[in-house]
Design a protein around this ligand. Structure first.
Ligand code: PMP
Length: 354
């Protein structure tokens, strides 16, 4: 019996209380022989991604510290998941929300944010992430809105330090965990995990993955920033890649802590094609519906596993759900109409032919 009927042993006062405590799930068919790979599946968060954690913390820390007033408009630049998380949090708490996002990210993201009641102001994808960040800053300054600042705020890595990392320690208590592999968008997850896991379990290795054609950290070129830590220019090693949510065209300040603190033991590039192929395999072979960055994370974990000693245990992150990518290359070739095999099945018995 794999089902528990005990309930959760508590009632929830709001959807926001259901954020976090996501499961680490073993990959049974994709992991190479002799190596265990676990994936922490962040799609279990109520708005479907790892960014629900950060969204709640940014708002609640600002409330506590008096930086956000009741009814004040919140604004943020986001590749989507932070916007969706903030849209959920702002809806539940009653704050108006404006999102800036470039038009290269999936349209489902915009629709989801608008469904939660947010306004989505598009910038052009040619102006990259730097453009949408600058637009959010302009609108915030002009209107006196609260800028969430996910790429710079301490509230980002802090929530991963106090929740995501603790959940991992609790779930692997008394068990082996040799290696953590993950990518970065803001770097909140990587920095938060780096702070805690390296302290708590001295032998853990952390490997950072990046898109092969946007290997900003691997390039060794430092990011130029303004006094507030925001990027002042696009990073020269950036090229557009399909791993939405990973590696913007700059190294965020939040990520810089992990680099300066030496939290990473290695760098491992993955290609966009590998990421998409692995996200498809996760669905078809493990029953795990995750986005392109989830595929990228597991592709990196498998590369690492292929050269790892027998018995190695690896953990990686699945940042969001695959349902957020129906309009993207992830679902290319997945049609709404019946294919030939389906049509011939339809024709093969007499009733209800199509
Ligand atoms: N994958 C996806 C789909 C994301 O939206 C994000 C967040 N931008 C990440 C990965 C990376 O998480 P973090 O910002 O904590 O580095």
């Amino acid at each position: 019996m794999i089902y528990s009927t005990e309930g959760r042993g508590r009632l929830y006062g709001s959807v926001l209380e259901t954020i976090g405590n996501t499961p680490a799930i073993r990959l049974n068919r994709i992991a190479p022989e002799g190596v265990e790979i676990y994936a922490k599946f962040e799609a279990f968060n109520p708005a479907g991604s790892v960014k629900d954690r950060l969204a709640l913390n940014i708002i609640e820390a600002a409330e506590r510290e008096g930086r956000l007033q009741p009814g004040q408009t919140v604004i943020e630049a986001t590749s989507g998941n932070t916007g969706i998380g903030l849209a959920m949090v702002c809806a539940a708490k009653g704050y108006p929300l404006v999102i800036t996002m470039h038009d290269g990210f999936s349209v489902e993201r915009r629709q989801l944010m608008r469904f939660f009641g947010a306004k989505v102001v598009l910038t052009r994808k040619e102006d990259k992430a730097v453009g949408m960040v600058a637009k959010a800053r302009e609108l915030a300054d002009e209107n006196g809105w609260f800028l969430a600042h996910q790429f710079e705020t301490k509230d980002n890595a802090d929530i991963h330090e106090t929740t995501t990392a603790r959940e991992i320690l609790a779930d692997f208590d008394g068990k082996a965990l040799d290696h953590v592999v993950l990518g970065y968008g803001t770097g909140g997850t990587a920095t938060g995990l780096g702070r805690v896991l390296k302290q708590a379990r001295k032998d853990i290795k952390i490997t950072l993955s990046e898109p092969e054609n946007a290997a900003l950290v691997s390039s060794g070129t430092t990011q130029q920033r303004n006094e507030e830590g925001e990027p002042s220019v696009s990073h020269p090693a950036f090229a557009p890649h399909p791993v939405q949510g990973w590696t913007p065209d700059f190294i965020p300040l939040v990520m810089q802590e992990a680099l300066d603190g030496g939290y990473f033991d290695g760098l491992l590039p993955v290609t966009g094609a590998e990421s998409i192929a692995m996200a498809r395999r996760l669905a078809a072979e493990e029953g795990i519906l995750t986005g392109i960055s989830g595929g990228a994370s597991v592709a990196a974990a498998v590369k690492l596993a292929e050269t790892a000693a027998a018995g190695t245990v690896i953990l990686t992150m699945l940042p969001d759900t695959g349902e957020r990518y129906l309009s993207t290359p992830l679902f290319e070739g997945i049609d709404a109409d019946m294919d030939e095999e389906e049509l011939s099945l339809s024709q093969s018995t007499p009733g209800f032919k199509y």
